[in-house]
Design a protein around this ligand. Structure first.
Ligand code: SAH
Length: 244
């Protein structure tokens, strides 16, 4: 019996933003594997086993998903947003490196609406010109790498989408991030704090970077720093199509 492994993105929160392809995979799954809050977004039903786990056990979770698939189960590993953006798809391929016996399993990665795209749409078009995305958590990379990338992104005048800006275990890093961007001359750039986008708790705040405070972000916030040409029109913010 051949099982399958699907790595799927559930989008930023609203059910309407789950793609039909992901809904179909969830409907035929026998097992759902993932971080507990994401697994909780999947409707329980007969014949479906849920495997919620802690946030810090990504590789172990990926290995478990591969093992279940090798035993003939139709497994869906769920992430929020897109599974390839700071999420489980990389962990599955990393686990596969150590497990040649599973490389012939049918594996699919199904895209989802990542937080930065939902956040950008909620406030206008701040990613309409060149941009980059950075994960501000130093759980999986050294802090100096984050600082270096921020400085270079500022110098290159990218709009910058920031994931995982601030958590209870990392309360101070984001203040430092704002400081680095001020030092890099970005004080007048527009910053968008997009919290819980596409959920009933959605809140969008826009300020100039020099007025931004660390408390404006938490783990449910996606932060977008505009480029030097980004501007506001009414309640919207956008990056002009042309940069001179
Ligand atoms: N794979 C996910 C990202 C996981 S990292 C994706 O593609 O979106 C988790 C971070 O994503 C959070 O700390 C936050 O910065 C951002 N995020 C996820 N959902 C969000 C939402 N609904 N609103 C704002 N930010 C969100």
């Amino acid at each position: 019996m051949t099982g399958s492994l699907t790595i799927a993105g559930l989008g930023p929160g609203d059910e309407a933003l789950i793609t039909p392809e992901v809904s179909a995979a969830l409907a035929r799954a026998t097992d759902i594997v993932g971080y507990a809050p994401y697994v909780a977004r999947v409707q329980p039903r007969d014949g479906l086993t849920l495997h919620p786990s802690d946030n810090r056990v990504e590789l172990q979770r990926a290995g478990e998903a591969l093992r279940l698939a090798s035993e003939g189960r139709d497994v869906v590993v769920v992430s929020s947003g897109d599974p390839g953006v700071f999420a489980m798809a990389s962990a599955v391929f990393e686990a596969l490196e150590d497990a040649p016996e599973w490389r012939d399993l049918p594996i699919r990665v199904l895209p989802g609406v990542t937080a930065m795209l939902a956040a950008a749409a909620a406030c206008g078009a701040p990613l309409g010109h060149d941009f980059c995305a950075i994960n501000l958590s130093d759980n999986l990379k050294p802090w100096p790498v984050i600082e270096k990338r921020l400085r270079l992104a500022a110098e290159a005048d990218f709009a910058i989408a920031m994931y995982n800006p601030r958590s209870a275990s990392r309360p101070d890093g984001f203040g430092r991030v704002l400081e680095i961007l001020r030092e890099a001359g970005c004080g007048e750039r527009i910053v968008v704090f997009a919290r819980a986008v596409s959920t009933p708790e959605q809140r969008i705040e826009m300020v100039e970077l020099r007025e931004a405070r660390p408390e404006m972000a938490d783990m449910r916030t996606l932060v977008i720093v505009g480029n030097s040409a980004t501007r506001r029109v009414g309640r919207w913010v956008y990056a002009p199509r042309q940069v001179r």
